[in-house]
Each structure stands twice: as C-alpha cells, then as structure tokens.
Design a protein around this ligand. Structure first.
Ligand code: DWN
Ligand code: SAH
Ligand code: ZN
Length: 406
C-alpha cells in the first residue's frame, strides 16, 4: 500500500478489521449489509500524511440516498452561517465575486451566500442532499469535484475567488486531481479554505471513531503544508475550531501571494514538539483505543447483567467504527435515537441496532445513553433536560470511557 500523496511507504498503526460502509443504514428484513472493506490506518514514511490503507469507491458512499444532513445541528448551522458572513466580509469584496463550495450538502453554508445575492456554486455528488440545498435557493452541480469538474466550472462561470470545503477534502483520496482543479479554477489572488478533523485532536483525545470509510485523510498543518507545496500553493493560515470534536480550518493561497500568519508557524512547531507523526505516538494512540474498547464492552455488558435500560444517541457515521470494532449490537443497546428521517426505521450498518426517532428516546427514558454524537455534546445535553430530570446518565468513550450525569 503506497501513500496517495507521494507514493511513499505507509507504516500501519491501527486496524479496526472488516467494516461495513458507515452511512449504509439498512432496511430491516433485508439482507445483512456486507463488511465491505478493511478499516486500517497508516502514516506515510515519506510525507507523514496519515491515511486509510484501503479505499472505498466513491460512488458506493456518496449517492442519491446519502443520509447525512449538515443542518441537523443548530451549532453547525450557526458555525456555517458565521463562516459565510466572514467570507462575504473578507474574501468576496471585489466586483462580482464567485465562490465554489465542495460538498455543500444541504446548503448549510451556501444558503447564506445565496441570500446575500453573491454568485456561487455548490458541487455535491449526493443527489438527495443536493436537492435539499437547491430548495434553499442554492445553485448546485450534482457532481464529484475533480480536475475535469473544475475545468467545466471555469468554462461556464469563470474563475473563483474562494473555494471552500468543510468535512469534504478529507473524504477525497484523489487529491492530486483536486489540487490541479483548484489551480485551474482559482483566480491568481484566490484562496482555498477547508476545515477537517484535526489529527492533533484525534491523537490527543483518542477519538478513534473519526476513522471510518468516508474519512480517508487525517490532516495536520505539517502534511497540509506539504500537500500545498507539491502543487504550487502555500499554507497561509490555520485556525483551530471546536466543532466536530476538534478541527483545523486551513487557508491555501498561491505560493508568494500571501504572507503566512504566525498561527501557521505556531501550529507546525506544536506538532513537531508533540512528535505528532512519529510511529511511537501513533502506536500509543492505538493502545489507548484498544483499552477503550475493553472498558466500553465491559461497562455495557455489566449494565445488561444489571438489567439497566441502555439506548444510543446519534446514529453517527462515526458510531459504525465503535459498534463494529467493539462488537456491540442490539443485545447491549436497544436502539439508537436520531433526528435524521433517512436513518429512522433502519438499522445501524453491520451492528444492526434499530434507529428510532427522538420521541422514542423519551418513552420511557433509558437509565443510560451512549452519546455517539459526542461532538455535539453541549448542544444535546442542553436540550435533553427531560433525560436529566429522569435521572439518566450519559456514557462517553472519548477521551476515555466515562459517565456524565444528565
Ligand atoms: O464528515 C462527516 C460529518 C461532517 O458528518 C461525514 N463523513 C458524515 C457525518 O458524520 P457523523 O454522522 O459522524 O456526523 P455528526 O454530525 O456527528 O452526526 C450527528 C448525528 O446525530 C446525525 O445523524 C444527527 C443526529 N443528531 C440527533 O439525533 N440529535 C444530532 C443532534 C445535534 C441532535 O440533537
Ligand atoms: N460540508 C458538509 C458535508 C460534509 S459530509 C458539512 O461539513 O457538514 C461530506 C460531503 O462531501 C458529502 O455531502 C459528500 O457527498 C461530499 N463529497 C464527497 N466527495 C466529494 C467530491 N469529490 N466533490 C464534492 N463533494 C464531495
Ligand atoms: Zn506520502
């Protein structure tokens, strides 16, 4: 297995075995979904990029029935609206500006740009969520972004001032084609702004559930700078974000076009000091993950023996790794509550736990709830006052297994 960035040798450090596709929620009664691929992750001995060892074909993950909706969290809605405001104020100030978003999903970000009357295009291959964005007045192209797509957009709309991508670039193994596309599409003064789960946070918090089929890369300032330079770009800004369990927003500009901010040097230095890409660090991460599996299974098995009622909260893509790696099924968790219509009435992939609407969560409340959407803990804990009143307890497994009184 060779690095998808530099063809270097990959050093594997964590293996979660055979896994189903994380967003393939099956209809009950149908055939069990296949454990389609091996989920394992390695670090490149050449360029240090952390990446999956096996790639799932993109059409199998991102299609008309892709269930995830960005707007399902009020915190994320506010996050994207605030980012839209910032782009409008700082980057989209010239005459007739044009912004492109890769993976615009349901339009959480671009709807605000559309309302401001600014020229835009969302590139979104998942047809169902793209339709939701279009219904909000967002102009969408149902397509995978790659070099050929960029050429087509350039021919139709002209060059872009900003290309933005949230939780999308890390989903794309073929970054060579993406970077060539950006080089073609961006104006000389244009910027590429993207945000994804940060390797530093994943390692620090042992948040191993960030590792699943759709998350192919685990970026850092070090590896993003390397990627940028290979393609004539420079990493000119980084900003740590609290969302989704810890992310970094990276800004790339053409080499020489902008002076890097002090935040870039600071994050590079912190990664060096933490030995973030060293195999020893990554093996320690894997050891912590194995301990988490042991404790979580022990806790849930004990609760079953006591006859406690245990539900799950948030049928996240991330939870597929937790459930299938730990071998947790409906014998340990009765059902998972989730607000997403396309997930309700279906089964979690591989582990086959029923997904039900939030009404079921309160009828009656469980004794314990495993918070699979732990990245939205603040938002969820603030609104689940009924669970608190009923004396319920949250189970979290990041950074280690622990209980929180609701
Ligand atoms: O990178 C990705 C991120 C952005 O979204 C994609 N590959 C897939 C997806 O990952 P995820 O499913 O792990 O994302 P979330 O945002 O952690 O999913 C939260 C889930 O919990 C959704 O299914 C909605 C649900 N939810 C809920 O039931 N009640 C969420 C909130 C906030 C709630 O209050
Ligand atoms: N930006 C949203 C959605 C993230 S989910 C958010 O942050 O909430 C990842 C999205 O990337 C999915 O909607 C998926 O369809 C899309 N995607 C995957 N590959 C892509 C590609 N090559 N070009 C554009 N979008 C892509
Ligand atoms: Zn490499």
């Amino acid at each position: 297995m060779a690095c998808r960035i530099c063809s270097g040798r990959l050093h594997p450090f964590a293996d979660f075995g055979s896994q189903p596709l994380s967003d393939a929620f099956a209809a009950p009664g149908g055939p069990p979904e296949p454990f389609a691929f091996r989920l394992a992750v390695g670090v490149c001995t050449g360029c240090s990029m952390v990446q999956l060892l096996e790639e799932v074909p993109r059409e199998r993950m991102f299609h008309a029935d892709y269930p995830y909706l960005s707007s399902g969290s009020s915190v994320m809605r506010a996050h994207f609206e605030s980012l839209a405001g910032r782009l409008l104020d700082t980057e989209l100030t010239g005459p007739d500006p044009f912004v492109v978003e890769l993976g615009c999903n349901d339009g959480a970000m671009l709807a605000a740009i559309a309302r401001a009357g600014v020229r835009h295009l969302g590139v979104e291959p998942s047809g169902g969520v793209a339709d939701v964005a279009a219904a909000k007045g967002v102009r969408v192209r149902k397509d995978f972004f790659e070099a050929a797509t960029a050429a087509a957009i350039l021919a139709e709309d002209g060059p872009a001032d900003v290309v933005y991508a949230a939780n999308t670039l890390c989903h794309i193994p073929y970054l060579d084609s993406i970077m060539k596309g950006l080089d073609a599409l961006l104006r000389p003064s244009g910027v590429f702004v993207f945000e994804d789960p940060y390797l530093g946070d994943i390692v620090e918090r042992a948040s191993f559930d960030q590792i699943y089929d759709e998350h192919f890369y685990f970026f850092s300032a070090t590896t993003v700078r390397g990627l940028a330079r290979r393609h004539g770009f420079e990493l000119v800004d980084v900003e740590r974000l609290p969302v989704h369990g810890g992310e970094v927003r990276y800004t790339l500009a053409r080499r020489g076009a902008r002076k890097p901010t002090p935040a870039v040097a600071a994050l590079l230095a912190a990664e060096e000091a933490a030995a973030l890409h060293e195999p020893a660090t990554l093996h320690r991460f894997a050891d912590r993950v194995a301990a988490t599996r042991e404790r979580l299974v022990e806790l849930l098995t004990g609760l079953r023996e006591q006859g406690a009622r245990v539900y799950g909260y948030g049928a996240t893509a991330k939870s597929a790794t937790v459930l299938n790696y730990c071998g947790i099924g409906p014998d340990l968790i009765t059902f998972v509550s989730d607000t997403t219509p396309a997930k309700q009435g279906r089964l979690t992939p591989g582990s086959r736990i029923p997904v039900r609407d939030p009404g079921a969560f309160a009828d009656p409340y469980p004794d314990y709830a495993v918070l699979f959407a732990w990245n939205h803990a603040e938002e969820i804990m603030a609104k689940e006052t009924g669970f608190a009143a009923a004396g319920g307890t949250w189970i979290l497994y990041v950074p280690e297994v622990h209980l929180v009184r609701a």
